[in-house]
Design a protein around this ligand. Structure first.
Ligand SMILES: Cc1cc2nc3c(=O)[nH]c(=O)nc-3n(C[C@H](O)[C@H](O)[C@H](O)COP(=O)(O)O)c2cc1C
Length: 207
């Protein structure tokens, strides 16, 4: 099957977003934890977390500042701008349903943690953003900068990793992280969750 740009543009909204959300391949599955100025914890599933460099350790997430149809502010974006911090919490096989439910548009004063049955965990080093206690791999980040993707008004938020929580069994002295042992999942599209299957470990490629 071949889709030209004009075929894609002619698709109805839902099939188009379903198709385009799937074609970048398997994506990371994270819960983004933030807190509003009035300290209401907020949690939202994001599949756009991406490695941006390791020195300093930077990770980006892509969000819309405003919801296109509803014209309501995205809490994650607003909270990150207000508080300056956010957390990324790997989704594992045991919390898929709860994690998926965080994508529902809850009102401002409602905490997704309570709604979906997950527990906020606050670190002394990151007082303005909650972690997910049930997650096994957790990253605490500080807002660094943002870039507007002018073509569609989305925003790439750049965060610096301030702390990392990993189970001792999931990381070795060389920095290798065993995501399978942590049961971290991947996402395809907007609704399908996968568990990784390790095929091969390769040496650093040289000419
Ligand atoms: C599998 C999945 C992945 C998602 N990834 C993103 C994402 O990367 N960026 C984003 O802005 N929204 C993403 N969403 C939508 C948000 O989870 C949803 O809009 C949520 O209500 C945002 O919450 P907030 O208003 O508290 O920020 C995703 C939804 C699902 C189901």
């Amino acid at each position: 099957m071949i889709f030209t740009l004009s075929d894609i543009e002619q698709l109805a909204r839902i099939p188009r977003l379903t198709l385009i959300n799937a074609i970048s391949g398997f994506k990371s599955a994270n819960l983004v934890g933030t807190s509003s100025a009035s300290k209401v914890p907020n949690l939202a599933i994001f599949s756009s977390a991406v490695h941006l460099g390791s020195d300093p350790p930077l990770i980006g997430i892509v969000t819309r500042p405003v919801d296109g149809e509803l014209k309501t502010t995205r809490h994650t974006y607003q909270n990150i701008r207000e508080s300056g911090f956010f957390t990324l919490n790997h989704i594992h096989t045991g919390i898929i349903e709860a994690a998926h439910q965080t994508s529902a548009a809850y009102p401002d004063e409602v905490s997704e943690f309570e709604q979906v049955g997950l527990t906020p965990f606050w670190s002394k080093r990151l007082p303005n953003a909650p972690y997910v206690a049930e997650a096994r791999i957790r990253l605490g980040l500080e807002y660094v900068e943002e870039y507007c993707i002018a073509a569609n008004n989305t925003i790439l938020i750049v965060g610096k990793v301030l702390e990392l929580y990993l189970p001792d069994t999931c990381v070795d002295a060389r920095g290798n992280v065993d995501l399978n042992l942590a049961e971290t999942v991947a996402i395809s599209g907007l609704d399908t969750y996968h568990q990784g299957l390790q095929l091969k470990r390769m040496e650093y490629a040289r000419v």
